[in-house]
Design a protein around this ligand. Structure first.
Ligand code: HEM
Length: 351
C-alpha cells in the first residue's frame, strides 16, 4: 500500500501544511473524506458548468491572440491566465485579467514554490534532515512568505493546474515546429469533421488526429515526470521486491513512458502511434499517476487540454518568427513539473 504522499520530506511537510492537504497529505480518514468531497465537487462541475467555463476561456484566449495581430510573443503568460481562470471561476466564482495584482501575486508565489521545490537546497534538506533548523514562530524558513497565507495554501490544492495545463499547451505548440505536418493535419481534421463549428469535448472520438497529438505530448513529456513521492503505509512488495513500511516510493512516469519494451522509438515525437494500427495504447499511458493518489484533476485537465488545443488550432496557424534562430527545445527543463524554455511565436489567424 503506497497511499501516503510523503509529507515527512521537508517539501511535503511545508506544502501540505504538515501533511493535511490533499496533494501531499497523509492517507488518513480525514484526508479520504476531504478527497471524496473535492472529487464529487469536481465531478459535478464536469457535468454541469465546466464545459461552459472552459469554452469561455478558450474564446477569450482566441481574442487575446487576435489582438496580438501577428506579432511574435511568448504565450506562456496567456496560457497560464486562461488555465488558472478556469479553476478560479470554479473555486471562487471569479476570473482575473493578467494585469490584476492579486493574480500576479498568486502566480509569482506558485512560481517561487515550484522553483524552490525543484532546487538542490530542498533536495539537500530532504536527504539530510539534520540540516533543518528549527524555525522562528511566524517564519516560513526558505519558503516564500505567501506560504503562510491560508488562501494561497488553498490554491496550492490546484497548484498543478496552471503549470500542468500551460506546460502541456506550450509543449504541444513546441512540437508543431519540430514536426511540420502535425499542425496542418489537425487543422484539416477539425475543418472537415466539424464543418466550421467549434468542438465539444464529446467530439473527441471523431477527432483522432487531435487526440493522438495530445496523448503523444502527454507521453513524451509527462508534466510531472516523477509524480509525487509516496510512502508505503505498511510492509508490501513490488514485482517481488520487499518494500518495508515507510519506504519512500517515487513513481517514474517518465521512465514508464520511454520504456523501449513498450514504445517503439520512445524518444521520438510520433502522434501517429496512437492512431489505429499505430501500435501505441492509451492504456499504457500514466501522465496522471494511478491508484488511490491518481491526479484529482484528471478529467478537468483532459477536457481543458482538448478544448484549448482544438479552439486554437481551429483558428490559428502557429509559426516561428524569423528572429528565432533555432527550433524551440522539445526537451523541457526538469523540475517538479517539466517546464518549457521560453520562446516566441506568431499566431496567424486562419482565413
Ligand atoms: C495536464 C494536466 C495534469 C497532469 C499531467 C497532472 C498530473 C498529476 C500527477 C502525475 C499527479 C501525482 C499522482 C501520483 O502521485 O500518483 C497529480 C496529482 C494531483 N493533481 Fe494533477 N495533473 C494535471 C492537472 C491537474 C488539475 C487541472 C488539477 C486540479 C483541478 C490537479 C490536481 C491534482 C491534485 C489535487 C493532486 C494530488 C492528488 C493526491 O495526492 O491524492 N491536477 N497530478
Amino acid at each position: 500500500m503506497y497511499h501516503d504522499s510523503d509529507s515527512t520530506l521537508e517539501t511535503g511537510n511545508i506544502v501540505s501544511g504538515g501533511g493535511r492537504n490533499i496533494s501531499l497529505g497523509d492517507y488518513t480518514e480525514e484526508w479520504r473524506a476531504h478527497r471524496r468531497l473535492v472529487h464529487s465537487a469536481l465531478h459535478r462541475c464536469c457535468q454541469q458548468s465546466l464545459h461552459g467555463v472552459i469554452e469561455r476561456q478558450a474564446l477569450h484566449l482566441r481574442k487575446v491572440l487576435m489582438d496580438y495581430q501577428e506579432t511574435a510573443v511568448d504565450l506562456s503568460e496567456d496560457f497560464t491566465v486562461a488555465a488558472s481562470n478556469v479553476i478560479t471561476t470554479l473555486a471562487f466564482g471569479k476570473e482575473y485579467d493578467k494585469t490584476t495584482p492579486e493574480l500576479q501575486e498568486l502566480h509569482s508565489c506558485l512560481n517561487d514554490i515550484v522553483a524552490l521545490w525543484g532546487s538542490s537546497w530542498i533536495s539537500a534538506l530532504d536527504s539530510f534532515p539534520l540540516l533543518r533548523r528549527p524555525q522562528q514562530p511566524g517564519s516560513t524558513g526558505l519558503w516564500p512568505s505567501c506560504c503562510t497565507d491560508q488562501r494561497h495554501r488553498e490554491l496550492l490544492l490546484f497548484k498543478n493546474l496552471k503549470h500542468d495545463i500551460y506546460t502541456s499547451c506550450r509543449l504541444c505548440l513546441t512540437s508543431f515546429f519540430n514536426v511540420g505536418q502535425v499542425q496542418a493535419n489537425v487543422y484539416e481534421e477539425i475543418r472537415t469533421v466539424l464543418e466550421g463549428r467549434y468542438p465539444k469535448y464529446s467530439d473527441r472520438h471523431r477527432l483522432p488526429v487531435l487526440s493522438s497529438l495530445i496523448n503523444e505530448m502527454l507521453r513524451l513529456r509527462p508534466v510531472a515526470p516523477l509524480a509525487i513521492p509516496h510512502r508505503a503505509i505498511r510492509d508490501s512488495s513490488i514485482a517481488g521486491y520487499f518494500i518495508p513500511k515507510n519506504t519512500v516510493i517515487i513513481p517514474n512516469l517518465f521512465g514508464a513512458h520511454h520504456d523501449p519494451a513498450v514504445w517503439s522509438e520512445p524518444y521520438s515525437f510520433k502522434p501517429e502511434r496512437f492512431l489505429e494500427g499505430g501500435g501505441g495504447s492509451t492504456r499504457l499511458l500514466m501522465p496522471f499517476g494511478g491508484g488511490a493518489r491518481l491526479c484529482l484533476g484528471e478529467t478537468v485537465a483532459k477536457i481543458e487540454l482538448f478544448l484549448f488545443t482544438a479552439y486554437l488550432l481551429r483558428d490559428f496557424q502557429f509559426v516561428l518568427p524569423q528572429s528565432e534562430g533555432s527550433l524551440p527545445d522539445l526537451r523541457g527543463v526538469a523540475s517538479v513539473v517539466l517546464k518549457v524554455k521560453a520562446y516566441k511565436v506568431i499566431a496567424r489567424p486562419r482565413p
